[in-house]
Design a protein around this ligand. Structure first.
Ligand SMILES: Cc1cc2nc3c(=O)[nH]c(=O)nc-3n(C[C@H](O)[C@H](O)[C@H](O)COP(=O)(O)OP(=O)(O)OC[C@H]3O[C@@H](n4cnc5c(N)ncnc54)[C@H](O)[C@@H]3O)c2cc1C
Length: 423
């Protein structure tokens, strides 16, 4: 039934962050032959990012399928809460708070989760040989890829998932910069829990990621059962870290948070790799694409990358691998860019703050999107698909046949954001 299984005998996953663990567990779960060889390679001296605590509803189903554990057990193992959407405070031109719900509203939920516990949970469902070594290079060879390891002989694989995290620097020949997103740095703090645990069971309370506009950017608030995670997302080119820390202090004080633990300052790129998949090497997670965490698009993107590549490789005949690769790549690059357009659009109507950051974001950064995502620059039709959603939103009546349309996220997400932002 799965003609590709026979040509996928030896697979490597490089990286033990969220993306690598998801890939390794997916290979174990989806590969039809139990005797395939899976090597999970990571360098324990290189830390994982470890934030990444918001998700989309598809993760709830997927974790159940990968772990074979009941949903309640998965949620508790993740110190998780049920995320029904994102609560926006101070965004847009209406000076009105609003919520972007998952659809169906109040039914569909995702998790707020502890990223390191998710890695442990997935690893417990993975059958692999673990190799703790630095990967020096991953190169395509005839019919597969060769991985060079520090202090060990090189290995050849039929498929390699490269989940080594952010690229060291962006190179226009290899990366599409999402220059229409105005932020590039996060300050992470951890504060006491605010959700109430109920007896022995999972927390059933409906929770939301708060996305609070602030003068220098915005703050996320993610409630887990053991702590609450706060992150100030800003542009380090526009203001100093001291200014951000001072505004962060003021926000926590006004929120009634008496104590916090400073966790990290994380610079990040907003980009999509032009070559996510070439037939033998699949970049996944932060190695493939990243954009600021406003809509928690990273884990769901990794799910899509891993799922798409594995399904194509297992379900298509091996003779199609080379000819499928460009189409799969174009689909994945386009999907990541569509997420980027959706996220960048959130800044298009400014916020309640008439500050340097918000004027810059609204008047200078978002207007770049047409040039930056032009099909000739990016090699895919993400911009056209985004424009089609904008056109639908401007119609007096949206035809029933269009209700299920998507551009990375469903039309309902666009409609809610459009209303909320005052678009
Ligand atoms: C501020 C912030 C907030 C975020 N919030 C969210 C969120 O709410 N929701 C969400 O979905 N995502 C979020 N993310 C994204 C989150 O980072 C990713 O979902 C997740 O961490 C995926 O990372 P990764 O597995 O690709 O890479 P990493 O976590 O960076 O892991 C890289 C792995 O590769 C290994 N490695 C690296 N180089 C080598 C080498 N040469 N040889 C061997 N091994 C190597 C490392 O040891 C490590 O195991 C956020 C990110 C940031 C910065």
């Amino acid at each position: 039934m799965q003609p590709g299984g026979k040509s996928l005998r030896k697979i490597a996953v490089v990286g033990r962050g969220t993306a690598g663990c998801l890939a390794a567990a997916s290979v174990t779960s989806l590969h039809p032959d139990g005797d395939h060889e899976l090597h999970h390679i990571y360098d324990s001296r290189i830390p994982v990012i470890g934030v990444g605590e918001g998700s989309w509803p598809s993760l709830v189903q997927q974790l159940q399928q990968l772990t074979h554990l009941p949903h309640e057990t998965v949620q508790q193992r993740l110190n998780g809460t049920r995320k029904y959407g994102v609560a926006f405070e101070g965004w847009g031109r209406r000076n009105r708070d609003f919520t972007h719900y998952f659809t169906p509203q109040q039914v569909s939920y995702a998790y707020h989760l502890s990223a390191d516990l998710m890695a442990d949970l997935l690893e417990a469902s993975t059958r692999a040989r673990h190799i703790d070594a630095k990967v020096l290079d991953i190169a395509r060879v005839d019919g597969g890829a060769r991985v060079e390891l520090e202090g060990l002989p090189p290995e050849r694989y039929d498929l390699v998932f490269d989940a080594r995290g952010f690229p060291k620097e962006l190179d226009p020949a290899r990366h599409i910069e999402i220059s229409f997103i105005p932020t590039n740095t996060a300050v992470i703090r951890r504060c006491p829990a605010i959700v109430e645990e109920e007896g022995d069971g999972p927390v059933r309370q409906h929770t939301y990621t708060r996305a609070v506009a602030r003068p220098h950017g915005w703050i996320f608030v993610i409630p887990l059962t053991v702590h609450t995670s706060y992150g100030y997302i800003f542009n380090r080119g526009l203001c100093s870290l001291d200014d951000v820390e001072a505004d962060f202090d003021a926000f926590l004080e006004s929120d009634g948070v008496a104590e916090f633990e400073q966790r990290a300052v994380i610079p990040f790129p907003n980009f999509v790799h032009r070559q996510v998949y070439d037939g033998a090497v699949a970049r996944i997670g932060n190695a493939a694409a990243f954009m600021e965490p406003l809509e928690a698009t990273a884990i769901v993107s990794a799910q899509l990358q891993v799922g798409m590549v594995l399904h194509m490789r297992l379900n298509r005949s091996p003779v199609n691998v080379e000819s499928d690769a460009p189409a799969v790549n174009r689909f994945l690059v386009g999907s990541m860019l569509r997420y980027g357009l959706f996220v960048g659009w959130h800044y298009s109507r400014g916020s309640r703050y008439d500050s340097e950051f918000w004027r810059h974001a609204r008047d200078h950064v978002w207007p770049r999107h047409r040039k930056a995502a032009h099909p000739e620059v990016v090699g895919c039709d993400a911009l056209r698909r985004f424009d089609e959603m904008m056109e639908l939103l401007s119609q007096p009546v949206i035809d029933r046949a269009d209700w299920d349309r998507m551009c990375a996220v469903p039309l309902t997400s666009y409609a809610q954001m459009s209303q909320g932002l005052g678009w």
